[in-house]
Design a protein around this ligand. Structure first.
Ligand code: DGY
Length: 324
């Protein structure tokens, strides 16, 4: 029996399954952990399941010599020092696939909410401002015949592209890692990011956060979008320069913005908060009961595998020399 730390309660029954085989310590809900606080929580544990808000820096590996696995309860792993994990002999796993459909659906929910002014409409009704049907009440933009530009054609980018056909949109994409077209969807690979932006009536971001993608959408690139374009971000907030986004929106260049993630999450740039053409969600991409329970199951399966001396199901980092 090994010791496993879990930095937050998780939905579903997965932790009960883990507790049948190992000694599980679940931290009650609280602020995210980082550095020495996280190391103190991990203590003598051999595996930790952590959230994307927890920061797993190199010092955690140094201070926790018994730790052999960090199982991130997320598909993104930008909260973990991956190179330090590798050289310290620690596995890192994530939760791909099981949240793909949920995140793709939410991307479309945001896109439609912005294009069809859903949140403004809801507010108008609640505030008693709806006095009957009018020919020009809250006119939005139609998506049919428009171009959807996708940056990052990984699992989620592909699932978003597949759904585009249902809205009659043409899909163009730019991707560093993989230029393969999505299965089951017609889409055009555009090798130049600038050229992709110039054609995107709706731009949806699906790239991981890396040093190369931080502020990928800066002011120059935002201004390359056609006037009236909609920007949707369900990836990581730091991919967009939020200050620049607020400026470009204020200049009237963009038609609207839908954000699920923020540069300084959970803070939101104050200039975005008061704008009716911006729809803001609290990082809900994978937030369905089904997806979150499946993420917990996958994280637990990774822990069970590694603690049984087997390779994990969804490794992100394979240790240089695994700790024994
Ligand atoms: C992830 O998994 O990386 C999402 O941002 C949260 O589900």
């Amino acid at each position: 029996m090994s010791e496993v730390g879990v930095t937050s309660p998780l939905p579903g029954r997965a932790l009960d399954r883990l507790a049948e085989r190992h000694s599980v310590r679940v931290r009650p809900k609280g602020p995210a952990l980082s550095g020495r606080d996280l190391a103190a929580f991990v203590g003598e544990a051999e595996a930790v399941i952590c959230l994307l808000a927890d920061r797993v820096a190199a010092e955690v590996f140094a201070l926790c010599p018994r730790l052999v696995l960090v199982a991130n309860y997320a598909v993104g792993v930008n909260n973990i020092d991956l190179e330090a994990a590798r050289t310290s002999g620690v596995w890192v796993t994530n939760t791909p696939d099981v949240l793909t459909d949920a995140t793709a659906d939410l991307t479309w929910a945001l896109t439609l909410a912005v294009a069809r002014r859903v949140v403004e409409g809801d507010r108008l009704v609640r505030n008693g401002g709806f006095s009957g049907w009018k020919p020009d009440l809250l006119l939005g933009v139609g998506l049919q015949g428009k171009t959807l530009g996708i940056i990052g054609m990984g699992r989620i980018g592909r699932a978003v592209a597949r759904r585009a056909a249902g809205f009659g949109m043409w899909v163009c994409y730019h991707s560093h890692r993989d230029a393969r077209p999505p299965d089951g969807a017609e889409a055009e690979y555009v090798p130049s990011l600038d050229a992709l932006l110039a054609r995107s009536d709706v731009l949806s971001l699906h790239c991981p956060l890396t040093p190369q993608t931080r502020h990928l959408m800066d002011e120059r690139r935002l201004r390359l979008l056609p006037r009236g374009a909609i920007v949707v971000n369900t990836s990581r907030g730091e991919v967009v320069d939020e200050e620049a986004l607020a400026r470009v929106l204020a200049s009237g260049h963009l038609g609207g913005v839908g954000l699920d993630v923020y540069e300084r999450e959970p803070e939101v740039h104050p200039a975005l908060l008061g704008r009716p053409d911006v729809v803001l969600l609290p990082h809900l991409g994978s937030a369905t009961g089904e997806a979150r329970a499946a993420m917990a199951d996958l994280a637990v399966d990774n822990v069970l595998a590694v603690l049984a001396g087997k390779p994990p199901l969804t490794p992100v980092v394979k240790p240089l020399v695994p700790r024994s």
